[in-house]
Every structure is written in C-alpha cells, then in structure tokens.
Design a protein around this ligand. Structure first.
Ligand SMILES: C[S@@+](CC[C@H](N)C(=O)[O-])C[C@H]1O[C@@H](n2cnc3c(N)ncnc32)[C@H](O)[C@@H]1O
Length: 322
C-alpha cells in the first residue's frame, strides 16, 4: 500500500442489516467490499460463500493480508454494475455505497477536502479524474454536476468561480476557493466544500449510473426469496434506491407520470423496509460517520425481472429536482 497508513474502516449499519436479512445462508455478493467488514459479517451470520467485488485496487491490496484466513470469501475486481455476470444466481446482495475511510484517509487519492492531494478521486483509477472535469467542463456542465450530484444550492456561483480560477490540480486550493466563495465554515457545520467534493466524486466514478445498473443486475442475479440490502450516505442516492424499490416493488404508488407502476402480484421485489433504517444512538456514538446512513432491504419474488428501463427514468428524475 502506498502513502499514509489507512485507518480501518468501521462497517456502518452492519448489525441492523444482518438483523433484517436473518437467517443468512447460501451465496452472497458483497458489491462494495472495502475493508471486507460486511463480507466477514455475512460469513459469521451463516453465509456459505461471499463473493466480494471492489473496483478499487486498494481494497484488494488490503485484503491480501487476511483473505487467506477466510476461505468462504473471495474477491473480484470489477464494478458492481456487472454483479450478475460475476455471479448469476445468488441468495443475497449487499451494497454499502460511497467511499471507505481508507480511501478518504489517503491524501494522494484526492477524495478529501481536508488533506492536500492530487485532484483525482478515481476509485478504479481509470477514466477522467476530478482535475480533468474541473479543468475542462463548461461552466454550465459544472453547475449541473454540483447541483444534481451534490445538491449544492450555490452551484452556479461555485461553477463560475471554478472557471475563473482554474486550473486546479490539488484538493486544498479547490476546497479553500469554494470556502472563500460560500463563506467560511462555521463550527459544527459541514465544510463548505463537502457538497462540491461529493458531486465531483460521483461524476468521476459514474456512481449513479453504477448504482442503477447494479440494482438492475441484482434483480437479475437474485434467486426467488433472495435479499437485496443497500446502505446509502446521502439523500440523492437514497432517493434512487427508494425509487428503484417503488418501481420494482410491491408498493402500489404512482411515482412518475411516465413510469408504469407494477401490480403487487407482478413485482419482482417485496419491500421489507417501508421506512429506511438509520443508526441507533449506540452506533452513532461509536461511529459518527454513520450519521447520514440509511438502509433499505427488499426480497426478490419469483416474478421475472421488470421490463422497466431504469436508466431512462432515473436520470431525468434527478434533473427534475432542479
Ligand atoms: C463504504 S465502502 C464499503 C465498506 C465495507 N462495507 C466494509 O465494511 O468494509 C465502499 C467500497 O465500495 C467500492 N465501490 C464503490 N462503488 C463501487 C462500484 N460501482 N463497483 C465496485 N466497487 C465500488 C469502493 O471502492 C469502496 O471500497
């Protein structure tokens, strides 16, 4: 591993997740392996086999130290949007979205506005970096990225300032510039650059496209009775999962005038968490990072995968919020 030593990632909402999916057995996919906390938790809860997926080489380097002691866990380098190709018939899928503490802690990955590093943010280390986007996107494209992916209300002001001051190659100068534009961060408030950094990370990694494709892939891979559990960290992501569950679930609710809703009897999922599950006070005290986490769980029915084309619906839905 390069650079600073990475702090261990504390799994978020693992206990409530294991409670919701109990009893655990059979083959599971952990689509966001990270430090492997969910994979080990699933094995300890009774899974016969866990196939971990992570697109980041860091997760693979770190797992090399301990994976040999866990014969039921294997690890594949891929995007979880391909999870049904990695394992076409499984009893459960878990996704714990976003970045790990190890990724945030390594300044040279460029995810953190608190540590100076190259403006990179690529989980898979291929494709456009955050610097590529910041330095080449038009002002209008930047404003859209900040607004849609980061819900940054001052997206236009930030985009204008970026275009005026660019190029940016490092994280701290960008974070400081955003703080100058939006005003100094007050004690107890999230840093002024939080939303912009989140937005850039989502754009760099195509996180929303991966999420929607991953949910559809899970629908294809899960056996009847199989379970899908998703943990999100911010409202746009949670809205996407909620919407997928509404469109593909047994809840009869008109969610979009263009979308066909499914009768309960033809839905490929039965929704088990009518309301998202959050952390309890004990978990919050142990791990403040769990603050905004939300868990949603659904059970696959024996209906064939829905013929609703998600990507067409999800992206306009995000734009509708503008
Ligand atoms: C929040 S961490 C998961 C932590 C893990 N549950 C644990 O307990 O250690 C998210 C991980 O998922 C990976 N990841 C995010 N999006 C991905 C995607 N589309 N495909 C594969 N891996 C992804 C990241 O590289 C990161 O390691």
């Amino acid at each position: 591993m390069t650079g600073e030593s990475a702090a261990p990632h504390i799994p978020v909402l693992l206990e409530p997740l294991l409670r919701e999916v109990a009893p655990v057995s059979g083959v599971w996919i952990d689509g966001t392996f990270g430090a492997g906390g969910y994979s080990r938790g699933l094995v300890e809860a009774g899974a016969d086999q866990v196939i971990g997926i992570d697109r980041d080489p860091l997760a693979h380097e770190m797992a090399a130290d301990w994976l040999g002691d866990w014969p039921k866990i294997s690890l594949v380098r891929d995007n979880f949007s391909n999870l049904d190709k990695v394992a076409p018939l499984v009893d459960g899928v878990v996704l714990d979205l976003g970045v790990s503490s190890m990724q945030l802690d390594q300044a040279e990955r460029g995810f953190s506005f608190m540590r100076d590093g190259p403006l990179d943010m690529r989980m898979g280390q291929e494709g456009r970096s955050a610097a590529d986007i910041v330095n080449t996107a038009t002002e209008a494209e930047l404003a859209d990225i900040l607004y849609i992916y980061g819900e940054e209300r001052q997206s236009r002001r930030v985009a204008r300032a970026i275009v005026q001051d660019r190029p940016f190659d490092r994280t701290l100068p960008l974070a400081e510039m955003i703080e100058r534009v939006l005003g100094r961060t007050k004690p107890g408030q999230a840093h002024a650059a939080t939303r912009s950094f989140q937005a850039l990370r989502i754009a760099v990694n195509g996180e929303f496209e991966a999420l929607w494709l991953g949910l559809m892939a899970a629908e294809r891979a899960l056996k009847p009775g199989g379970l899908l559990a998703v943990v999100t960290f911010h409202s746009v992501e949670d809205r996407m999962v909620k919407r997928f569950f509404q469109l593909h679930g047994d809840k009869k609710k008109q969610v979009n005038k263009y979308a066909r809703t499914l009768e309960a009897s033809e839905a490929p999922f039965e929704i088990l968490t009518r309301k998202a599950v959050g952390p309890d006070p004990d978990e919050l005290a142990r791990n403040p990072r769990a603050r905004s986490a939300k868990l949603r769980v659904a059970r696959r029915t024996d209906m064939t995968a829905a013929d609703i084309s998600g990507a067409d619906i999800a992206m306009p839905m995000l734009r509708e919020t503008k």
